[in-house]
Design a protein around this ligand. Structure first.
Ligand SMILES: Nc1nc2c(c(=O)[nH]1)N(C=O)[C@@H](CNc1ccc(C(=O)N[C@@H](CCC(=O)O)C(=O)O)cc1)CN2
Ligand SMILES: Nc1nc2c(ncn2[C@@H]2O[C@H](COP(=O)(O)OP(=O)(O)OP(=O)(O)O)[C@@H](O)[C@H]2O)c(=O)[nH]1
Ligand SMILES: [Mg+2]
Length: 439
């Protein structure tokens, strides 16, 4: 594909800033820099230049870098103007660029799209870059680096290679089937490896849930009777006054949520309406919504201010763990026994809060140390991997070499779609639109 347009955009963040980076990519990038700075700096050497309007008036003095293609981020000729990050400075330079022939402002993700189309990045790496830019927690960063740095792509490429080898062996057998001196089972040796491959893919897919927790955060829902102290706990954990707290039972109606970072993980903490039978319409709707988030929780903190309060007739999630939290421990009223709850706390005195945080951390996946974060990070990857695994399974079960070979081809195609080597044109708009402008 040929791009005739040269694109430009402010690639750094919000202005004002100490320094702003304006990137250009395309055939007219070098000429544009010559127009602004006189002469082109030597390739890949940051060089201090005065940037001028076409009338020769100085706009700014900045560092200019020229990356001749194909050895650039996009594979095209690229230039960077690293200028003072004032709004008027950047606007003036962008206006100069807008007036030049063949130049236009970049669309969201367009630099990365060109890098993909020029073979600099594959789709997994592109998606990893989008994740890296969005990463807010340490685990999100590590997962994104695994994807954007090519680690994941190398794994899939290795699998694709094994499939190609197997298909080649089958082709050879089919081609020479009539000749007596070719042993009948050239391809027999490949099936144990195809079975292993299928298991490897299945193991890999099984880690997708972990990736989802890293990307989207662990969903922890605070539930329990009205007045149990749910909103007080949300505020205590968030360390801000997010939810309304009153002594009136039935205060919270809407589902509230705050994002926390816990041991490098992102956690989404939900406060819900107290669960009880009621005729009050607004409260009933609040309780319906509470049940909905409880059903989708990764972890439920079930709160009660008295031992019998845990026996609610509510549908708790089937798979997610439930931690029983005894509240308002500072009050002498309730007669708690050690077996009544998992955690005893008071948000008023802070007692038990450390223990609660420890229990929450113990519920997070153990990814300490150098554990590899090799896992499918997106639904799209999981879908392709499942298709590959299913095709492998059909191939292993089928009779007849032609049919088995056809299924292996389908498995190859499914793997190829993950990194974008096979028919993904329709996906590209979706993937690149996730990016910010200038990336
Ligand atoms: N100033 C600046 N910082 C930046 C970027 C940028 O574009 N500009 N990046 C933007 O994302 C990231 C760095 N990524 C980059 C990736 C490849 C190439 C590049 O020139 N690749 C060539 C040469 C490789 C080499 O010299 O080893 C190539 O792949 O052929 C540059 C930046 C983060 N920091
Ligand atoms: N003594 C004491 N009172 C508490 C504690 N935590 C909450 N309370 C009080 O208990 C009452 C109810 O607290 P909330 O946090 O609003 O309870 P809730 O579970 O969110 O209640 P609903 O939203 O109505 O379901 C308020 O008056 C709080 O001040 C605590 O640790 N100690
Ligand atoms: Mg509340």
């Amino acid at each position: 594909m040929l791009f005739t347009d040269t694109i430009y955009a402010l690639s750094s963040g919000a202005l004002p800033a100490g320094v702003a980076v304006i990137r250009l990519s395309g055939p007219a990038a070098a000429a544009a820099v010559v127009r602004l700075c006189g002469v082109l700096p030597p390739a890949r050497v940051a060089t201090l230049r005065t940037i001028r309007t076409r009338n020769g008036d100085p706009l700014d003095s900045g560092l200019v870098v020229y990356f001749p293609g194909p050895a650039s981020f996009t594979g095209e000729d690229c230039c960077e103007l690293q200028v003072h990050g004032g709004r008027a400075v950047v606007t003036a330079i962008l206006n100069e660029l807008a007036d030049m022939e063949g130049l236009r402002h970049a669309e969201a993700g367009e630099f990365s799209r060109r890098a993909f189309q020029n073979g600099k990045l594959d789709l997994v790496e592109v998606e990893g870059l989008a994740d890296l830019i969005a990463a807010e927690t340490e685990m999100q960063r590590r997962l994104a680096i695994e994807q954007s740095g090519g680690g994941q792509s190398a794994l899939y490429a290795g699998w694709a290679k094994r499939l190609i080898h197997a298909r080649a062996m089958i082709e050879a057998e089919l081609d020479f089937a009539d000749e007596d001196d070719i042993p009948g089972a050239v391809s027999a040796s490949i099936w144990p490896d195809m079975e292993r491959l299928r298991l490897e893919i299945e193991d890999h897919v099984a880690r997708a849930g972990l990736a989802e927790i890293i990307r989207d955060g662990l969903k922890i829902v605070i539930a329990g009777e009205p007045n149990a102290g749910k909103s007080s706990l949300l505020n205590a954990l968030a360390k801000r006054d997010v939810a309304i707290v009153t002594e009136i039972a039935g205060t919270t109606r809407d589902v509230l949520s705050v994002d926390l970072s816990l041991a490098g993980f992102s956690v989404k903490l939900f406060d819900t309406a107290g669960l009880r039978e009621t005729e009050e319409r607004v409260e009933r709707e609040g309780i319906r919504r509470a049940r909905e988030v409880i059903a989708n929780a990764d972890l439920v903190l079930l709160l009660s201010e008295k031992p019998e309060g845990f026996h609610i007739d509510e549908a708790l999630p089937e798979k997610a763990p439930v931690i029983r939290v005894a509240t308002k421990l500072d009050r002498p009223a309730a007669d708690w026994q050690p077996q009544d709850a998992d955690i005893f706390l008071s948000t008023r005195t802070g007692e038990g809060m450390t223990e609660l945080l420890e229990v929450l951390q113990s519920q997070l996946p153990d990814l300490a140390g150098n554990t590899s974060l090799s896992m499918p990070s997106r639904r799209r990857h999981v879908d392709c991997l499942r298709q590959a695994s299913a095709a492998l399974e059909r191939s292993l079960a089928a009779e007849g070499l032609e049919i088995r070979a056809e299924q292996l081809r389908l498995a190859s195609d499914a793997l190829g779609r993950i990194t974008g080597r096979v028919d993904v044109e329709n996906l590209l708009d979706v993937i690149f639109s996730e990016f910010c402008i200038g990336k």
